[in-house]
Design a protein around this ligand. Structure first.
Ligand code: ZN
Length: 430
């Protein structure tokens, strides 16, 4: 029997070989991290030494780290190599307080490109593909990662960045782009633009790689159908894990495979910080296995997901996590109830009469929190039934979330579209 050979995706004999690689990586990282006074202090305080890590269970003896550690060490936090060996920095959007700046060594930059090349391979692309990049360039990791990966992979790269819809449409047509890399919001926006300009027969687009925000099944089905795609692939990643490409869906679309020679993932209960039961949802906590400049030890990502046990239907024994349900930061509290955007999307997905886009406004009146949910009617549905539909959506929200809110049905296309992460919640309570 011949096993399919990949050029970039690593192969492991079995699950045991995966664990062994991860254990070696954790031990290397714990030794290497002592080069940073910040990490050395944390490790000494926890009383853990590299030789204490005898199995992956021992990872739980290591101290947790978080965005606070990155901010505390600003501008070069948790740095484990001499500054002269840094070849690049990236920063993540600091919505609160200082930006998080992450440093990269030469090898880190190479591994960043490698993880993205693996993603293109997983998405079934070849060096004959033409990849149009619609994610942000600059301090953000996204554009740099998609581009370096595409070049390493050998595809033709069309680097555009977000926005510039006219240029995107023109390049889609003129360059015969076959793969589009964007946020889900931008993918949907492009699909609407392609439809509006009537060029769907003139383009060769067959795949979309999307990421960086929760994407409802509806949104995905909508851009897949409008653009007549062969498939789309949810990609994982964050600046702390080099950038995009730490994980991606395969053709089985049953979760995202992650690279076990680069990362070890745990899922913890965000309140108790104890491991959840296998397969349960919790906070993704990551240890990097060969990151030189800014390694992560048990880094709390704030992303909520679960690990998927067993071998994937695609046959690869690379470990998988489920889609990111939410960032715990995106949670909002309404009348004492924790609510995640993913829960709202799940409710809206039950109504075929809805388009999938929504916006929430939180206000306070007479000392009481109020939620106003605006959601778009599906383009095939008339507005005559709005009142009845709104009442049914409100009822379902109450059943699922245990809080009541006002629901308004609005015209398709009337809610603001953004090219970056959609801002779906406006909180006017403070
Ligand atoms: Zn798979």
């Amino acid at each position: 029997m011949t096993v399919q050979k990949h050029r970039f995706i690593p192969a492991f004999k079995d699950e045991e070989a995966v664990f062994q690689r991860q254990l070696e990586g954790v031990r290397w990282t714990v030794r290497h991290a002592r080069n940073s006074p910040q990490y050395k202090g944390k490790l000494d305080a926890a009383g853990v030494h590299p030789e204490d890590i005898q199995s992956l269970d021992d990872v739980r003896r290591l101290p947790l780290s978080s965005a606070d550690d990155l901010r505390a060490g600003y501008p070069l936090p948790l740095l484990c190599i001499p500054e002269r060996d840094i070849v690049r920095i990236h920063a993540s959007s600091g919505t609160t307080g200082k930006r998080k700046i992450l440093a990269y060594s030469r090898r880190d930059v190479d591994n960043f490109g490698l993880q993205m090349a693996r993603c293109y391979e997983m998405a079934g692309l070849t060096s004959m593909d033409r990849i149009q990049i619609a994610v942000g360039y600059g301090l953000w990791t996204a554009g740099a990662g998609f581009q370096a990966g595409s070049e390493l992979f050998g595809a033709l790269t069309v680097p555009i960045g977000p926005g510039n819809l006219d240029i995107h449409l023109q390049m889609l047509k003129d360059m015969g782009t076959t793969c589009f890399a964007a946020t889900a919001s931008m993918a949907l926006l492009m699909a609407e633009e392609v439809e509006r300009s009537g060029i769907v027969d003139k383009i060769k687009l067959r795949k979309i790689i999307f990421g960086s925000e929760a994407c409802s099944d509806k949104m995905r089905a909508s851009f897949e159908r409008r653009l007549r795609l062969e498939g789309s692939y949810d990609i994982g990643g964050m600046t702390e894990m080099y950038g995009p490409g730490s994980s991606i869906e395969c053709d089985a679309h049953q979760g995202l495979h992650y690279w076990p020679d680069l990362f070890y993932m745990e899922i913890l209960d965000p309140d108790t910080l104890e491991p959840v039961k296998p397969g349960e949802v919790g906070e993704m906590v990551v240890t990097t296995l060969c990151k030189e400049a800014t390694p992560l030890i048990r880094y709390r990502t704030r992303d909520l997901t679960r690990l998927l046990p067993g071998v994937c239907a695609c046959g690869l024994n690379l470990p998988r996590h489920d889609k990111i349900y939410a960032r715990s930061d995106d949670m909002f509290i309404l009348r004492g109830v924790n609510i995640y955007p993913g829960q709202i999307m799940d409710v809206l997905a039950q109504f075929p009469e809805l388009g999938g886009e929504y916006h929430i406004t939180l206000t306070r009146a007479n000392g009481r929190d109020c939620m106003d949910l605006a959601t778009e009617r599906h383009s095939s549905v008339s507005s005559g039934l709005d009142q009845d539909l709104a009442a049914r959506v409100a009822e379902q929200l109450h059943v699922k979330l245990l809080v009541r809110g006002k629901v308004r049905i609005v015209d398709p296309g009337s809610l603001p579209r953004t090219v970056s992460k959609s801002k779906r919640i406006t909180d006017l309570r403070s």
